[in-house]
Design a protein around this ligand. Structure first.
Ligand code: UTP
Length: 293
């Protein structure tokens, strides 16, 4: 029986340059999608899979994340006084999570961000969620990866088949897809050109990792973009142990990109009880007008 996954790391130390100027002084992870910041969707997704401890890797201008998950005594009092019990409940729901924060002093890459969490993880397997990848609520991904970890006892990377034209934005793996969308990974490369990509299987923002990734992270030199790349550390680890992928066929929005962010906003607004009716009527109206143009 493998150890249960109890901890999740949420790297949020990046500069979010694709969202400048919005991210000049505030974190990308706090950009709201309908009525919740992006990072809260990832926390709730992990919590729904039984994860109760969260480590958030922060950086400059990221204080708002800590404030968001902290108790807000004055706000709670004022909601109580004004009888806004629904909102109070929504705010109280945030108090169930346990957080630790680690500051990445310089944005040296995702691999570097993860290495900062080594003292917290110790000898346990853990999940990693990149909060700018939004998974359609109801589409099972992390839970399926956790089940696979119990079965295979090896790191599991979430994969998605992406069009060749988009492949250079991702880490890409080679290997054969087996039953249930499981891939025994035979190689990994960060942001290959479409001609050099070994497959169309891109790594997306969910991982189950084991603590033996940390010595590999220590060893890797800056790679693509001068950053310490997690993909390079995984390549090193692959020489020592099997690593598997799980092909996700549900819906994912890359909310770290402007168009992906807008798509996520539309999708989640259509699922939101308070706004879906009015918003879908508005969208149909816009679509009708665009058709006539
Ligand atoms: P991205 O590649 O999306 O980079 O990082 P970014 O800085 O957030 O955004 P752009 O590309 O400049 O617009 C993927 C994930 O890794 C984290 C980010 O916060 C995001 O969750 N990350 C990246 C770090 O925690 N530290 C880093 O040094 C780099």
């Amino acid at each position: 029986m493998e150890k249960t996954i109890r901890k999740a790391i949420l790297p949020a130390g990046g500069l979010g340059t694709r969202f400048l100027p919005a991210t000049k002084a505030s974190p990308k992870e706090m950009l709201p999608i309908v009525d919740k910041p992006m990072i809260q969707y990832a926390v709730e997704e992990a919590y729904a899979c039984g994860i109760e401890e969260f480590v958030i890797i922060t950086g400059k201008h990221k204080r708002a994340i800590e404030d968001h998950f902290d108790t807000a005594f004055k706000l709670e009092e004022s909601l109580k006084k004004s009888g806004k019990s629904g909102l109070l409940e929504e705010i109280n729901r945030l108090n169930r999570f346990h957080f630790a924060y680690i500051r990445q002093r310089e944005a040296l890459g995702l691999g570097h961000a993860l290495a900062c969490a080594a003292p917290f993880v110790k000898d346990e397997p853990f999940a990693v969620l990149l909060s700018d990848d939004i998974i359609e609520p109801g589409d099972r991904l992390l839970g399926a990866m956790m089940d696979l970890y119990q079965e295979l006892g090896a790191p599991i990377l979430a994969l998605e088949r992406v069009p060749r034209s988009e492949i250079q934005r991702y880490g890409v793996v080679s290997g054969e897809e087996g039953p249930r969308g499981v891939v025994r990974i035979t190689g990994l490369v960060e942001k290959p050109s479409p001609e050099d990509a070994p497959s169309d299987m891109a790594i997306i923002g969910r991982y189950i990792l084991t603590p033996d990734i940390f010595p590999e992270l220590e060893r890797v030199k800056p790679g693509k973009g001068g950053e310490i790349q997690l993909t390079d550390a995984l390549s090193g680890l692959l020489e020592k142990r099997p690593i598997f992928g799980y092909i996700f066929t549900g819906k994912r929005y890359d909310a770290g990109d402007k168009v992906g962010y807008l798509k996520a906003t539309v999708a989640l607004a259509l699922r939101n009880e308070q706004v879906s009716e009015q918003f879908s009527a508005y969208l149909l109206d816009v679509a009708g007008r665009l058709k006539k143009q």
